[in-house]
Write a protein that binds this ligand. Structure first.
Ligand SMILES: [Zn+2]
Ligand SMILES: [Zn+2]
Length: 917
């Protein structure tokens, strides 16, 4: 019918392939097919039904045969040929056939519409329907569901409602097939109420109606409604089939409701669906995703022939729960069963490789993907980008990224997170610009990764830009983004902006509080951090282990012993005492606040002591002058097969250095690489130089500096300078001080040490020259200060300070102590005063050093017998060291002084450092 060709527009797409050799080996077909053998008689009317499973070759042969017989364009044959060509994805052949029909009927049109719909030519399907109606051909209850399905698939609700209207007018909306298709369509576009109304109005429903609405509830995230509906379905006496069951099981998986999943599993067993592969795979997926590997393994073992879906569910579950080696094992087994992994398998495996750090296997999979041309696949590509980035092969990661045709947010996030993971922070920023140029969306993962890099780069302008972008995109209510912003502003040292983000975000969320507290603490505003914490408690936000350890860290920095104890009480109250992270922080806090006993008991309390706990305890003992105990603990650690790291070894060397154990120190230093595989760091060299210098082996120390493989840093020159001063070698001191002033030109340390060095050798001219130089360079000496904390209040003192409210009592106390000390044989070491003064003035100056004022205040303001904790910002002088020993004996109290390099515990006339510091 030629008219038809004129009115119905041509196909919107061409077929994949064209027909060739239509009529070849027709005799073969005729011999093989008894039905078609009877066709040899032209007068015989063939049965109007061909096998729907004919392959393409047989279909074309049949077509040729019918053409020869002149009956290919008669409706029953033609309609079935259309259906066959549709199945073989050749809609243009179907269309050509249709055009040859002289008088197409409802079945011809329905076949053509269904052919278009099946081949995703939805617009053509609608046009064919319009043409059908124009020719006044009545459609039936088979035509409409096909069209409604087209509307659903092509997301064309407008057309869908039109068809619904047509169905209502013709009364076909009550037909079960039509209604079912409409229920699915409305549910698909989120109009669940409409779906439900259609469902309720149906005079007769079948299982497909129930499954359709059930899938609608699940698809729209209405999990509770789905459960109720499923229950109603059973009460109505309907027997759910494999579609209903797998839909419900998948819903339980997605909504994290294992309990309902278990109940439905029981039901599945009862109805005997536990051998249906479709249902079993959804169960397998559920248990694997919930991490119930036992149940998943049992189901999996019982499968007679697990298919690719089963294998994939198992592998994905393992990867999700970081059982990466099991996932890799499953891949091996799968291949030995002859199942070829698909791209879903491989993307899971790539994740496992990334988690397991197996870049080699990842590379093999990459090779396989290239061979099978799957490498450009979005999932696999993103997996490769992630794997290479995490495995430290950043350039390969970029190469895969560049070779990908399609990229989505996951790909971009893998690359950007990879950049920041590999410390390529400049690159992170430039890729971020590209993602914006690409017009790709961003999410909180992207922003968090970028903010990590802006924090490291201390890039204030970029941080501000991300801040306004996050504001624009509405991400300022996301705790992770807020957290990143606070942290980045903190690192850029603009605490004001960080506080503003915190105040404006209005998130009473533990993450935001934690970020703000650690930012303040790291910015040196520990007291403010504690204030935020108290505020958080007021808002009833329960502190977690992270907050508590970060607060303990703050107290360590502040040496706030009382507040540290308060947080310890809270740790006990919140029952997180057995958390290793918190345990380590407690240990560190007590050690830094001067209570080595409490630090030790915190250490004993840690159930799972890792290298961090051991290293911290060894370091603490060393700092508190218990070098021998520190080394014993180190032996114990090694005995328990805990491998030390470079931090442990620094503490060990420090312990040797501060206890004068030169030979032990040398032994550890020389055997470190061989015994423990630890490379020597500048830190280790600094300890060693310090060790030799303190022990008076100045030449050896100098030689070590000369032959070390690094440029000597400030710490090393500082140690050498200190040693030169201690052992009176102005020549070496001058050299070290000069080097130090090159390395740290703006810091007063080198100049002060040099001035002190000249002063102790009586070289007053050089002293005044150095001081003059300092004035010229605008370098100010930080005044020597001491602090003491009583009743949550910090009292600060400087030498000869009379500004304290109880100054009179303090000086009276010192006077009284001075008399007693003199009786016991104390003679002031006036040579410690590095000013050109008379003996009397020097003595007076010494007796009013800041640590003595602080100790005297402690004695008059704290309970009898309690320890006194003082903190000092420079090293304690020799004379005060002697004096405090006498005082500890006179008052029978422990005095703990934390100076810049260590702790001194004065007890009963002795100091824990054994005068070696
Ligand atoms: Zn002193
Ligand atoms: Zn001491």
């Amino acid at each position: 019918m030629k008219l038809c060709r004129l009115t119905l527009p041509p196909l919107s797409r061409f077929d994949r392939c064209s027909l060739t050799s239509h009529f070849s080996s027709i005799s073969l077909l005729l011999q093989e097919d008894p039905i078609h053998n009877s066709n040899l008689n032209p007068s015989y009317k063939p049965l109007p039904s061909f096998s729907p499973n004919l392959d393409l070759h047989s279909t074309t042969q049949l077509h040729g045969h019918l053409t020869q017989l002149g009956i290919s364009s008669t409706p029953p044959h033609c309609n079935q040929l259309i259906t066959l060509y549709s199945k073989h994805r050749l809609p243009s052949h179907a269309r050509n056939l249709f055009d040859e029909i002289t008088d197409p009927d409802v079945i011809s049109f329905s076949s053509l519409i269904s052919c278009y719909a099946q081949n995703h030519l939805h617009q053509d399907a609608f046009l064919a329907f319009r043409f059908m109606r124009a020719r006044c051909i009545r459609f039936n209850h088979f035509t409409l569901p096909t069209l409604v399905k087209s509307c659903t698939v092509s997301s064309n609700p407008f057309m869908g409602t039109q068809i619904h209207a047509i169905a209502t007018v013709t009364g076909l909306d009550l037909d079960v097939y039509v209604a079912n298709s409409l229920i699915t369509m409305y549910a698909g576009i989120g109009l669940l109420n409409l779906s439900r109304r259609l469902f309720d109005d149906m005079p007769k429903r079948n299982i497909i109606s129930w499954n359709g609405l059930l899938a609608g509830y699940v698809g729209n995230g209405k999990f509770e409604e789905a459960i109720i509906f499923f229950r109603d379905m059973i009460i109505e006496g309907l027997r759910p089939n494999e579609h209903g069951f797998s839909c419900m099981i998948n819903a339980c998986t997605d909504f994290g409701d294992l309990e309902s999943g278990l109940a439905i599993h029981g039901f599945i067993i009862q109805l005997g669906y536990d051998s249906d592969p479709y249902t079993v795979n959804s169960l397998l997926n559920m248990y694997a995703k919930f991490g119930d590997s036992c149940a998943a393994e049992i189901i999996f073992e019982n499968l007679t022939s697990p298919d690719i879906v089963s294998w994939n569910a198992m592998i994905a579950g393992c990867v999700l729960h970081e059982q990466n080696s099991r996932a890799l094992q499953l891949l091996k087994n799968m291949r030995s069963y002859g199942i070829i992994p698909n791209f879903l398998t491989l993307s899971s495996i790539l994740k496992a490789c990334a988690g397991y750090g197996d870049v080699y296997l990842g590379q093999q999979i990459h090779g396989y993907l290239i061979k099978t041309d799957l490498s450009l696949n979005l999932y696999a590509g993103s997996g490769l980008v992630d794997l290479y980035a995490k495995g430290g092969h950043f350039e390969d990661s970029v190469q895969v990224f560049d070779s990908m045709k399609d990229r989505d947010l996951i790909t971009w996030n893998a690359l950007i997170s990879g950049c920041s993971h590999n410390e390529k922070h400049e690159e992170t920023l430039s890729y971020f610009c590209k993602i914006r140029e690409d017009g790709c969306d961003i999410n909180r993962t992207t922003l968090s990764a970028i903010l990590k890099s802006t924090a490291v780069l201390e890039a204030i302008i970029n941080t501000k830009a991300i801040h306004s972008l996050a504001l624009k995109l509405g991400f300022l209510t996301d705790p992770h983004v807020v957290n990143g912003l606070i942290n980045s502003y903190g690192k850029c040292n603009v605490l004001m902006d960080a506080a503003q983000v915190f105040d404006e975000c209005m998130i009473d969320d533990i993450i935001a509080f934690t970020s703000m507290m650690s930012t303040l603490s790291q910015g040196g505003q520990g007291e403010e951090a504690i204030r935020i914490f108290l505020n958080m408690r007021k808002k009833n936000v329960r502190p977690d282990t992270f907050v508590l350890s970060s607060l303990l860290d703050t107290c360590s920095r502040l040496s706030a012993y009382e507040q540290g104890r308060m947080i310890h009480a809270l740790v006990v109250k919140t029952c997180v005492m057995d958390d290793t992270f918190v345990g380590n922080a407690l240990l560190d806090m007590y050690a830094k606040c001067g209570s080595i006993e409490e630090a030790t008991s915190a250490f004993d309390y840690i159930l799972e002591k890792g290298v961090v706990s051991w290293s911290a305890m060894i370091g603490a003992l060393a700092q508190h002058g218990q070098g021998k105990t520190a080394l014993e603990l180190f032996q114990k650690m090694v005995y328990q097969v805990i491998m030390p790291n470079h931090v442990t070894m620094t503490s060990v060397l420090y312990a040797c250095s501060h206890t004068g154990l030169v030979d032990e120190g040398k032994k550890y230093f020389e055997s470190m690489r061989e015994t423990y595989g630890i490379e020597l760091t500048p830190e280790h060299y600094a300890c060693m130089v310090d060790l030799l210098g303190r022990a008076g082996k100045l030449t050896e120390a100098k030689e070590l500096v000369n032959k070390m493989p690094f440029e000597a840093n400030a710490k090393i020159w500082g140690s050498l300078l200190g040693a030169a001063r201690l052992h009176g070698d102005p020549q070496l001191g001058e050299l070290a001080a000069q080097q130090l002033s090159y390395v740290e030109p703006d810091k007063p340390g080198s100049h002060i040490l040099l001035a002190n060095l000249y002063a102790s050798s009586g070289m007053w001219d050089s002293v005044s020259h150095t001081r003059h130089l300092m004035r010229k360079l605008g370098i100010k000496k930080e005044p020597a200060m001491s602090w003491i904390e009583t009743k949550n209040e910090v009292h600060t003192f400087i030498v000869g300070d009379r500004s304290h409210a109880r100054s009179r009592e303090i000086y009276a106390k010192l006077e009284e102590l001075g008399e007693e000390m003199a009786k016991m044989g104390y003679v002031p070491m006036v040579e410690e005063v590095l000013h050109d003064l008379g003996r009397k003035e020097k003595e007076e100056l010494l007796s009013h050093h800041s640590e003595r004022l602080a100790v005297a205040f402690g004695l008059i303001s704290t309970p009898e017998g309690s320890p006194i904790r003082v903190k000092k910002n420079i090293r304690i002088c020799k004379d005060c060291h002697v004096a405090l020993k006498f005082i500890s004996k006179i008052v029978s109290r422990e005095i703990i002084v934390r100076d810049v390099s260590r702790f001194h515990h004065f007890r009963d006339g002795n100091c824990s450092c054994n005068d070696y510091w």
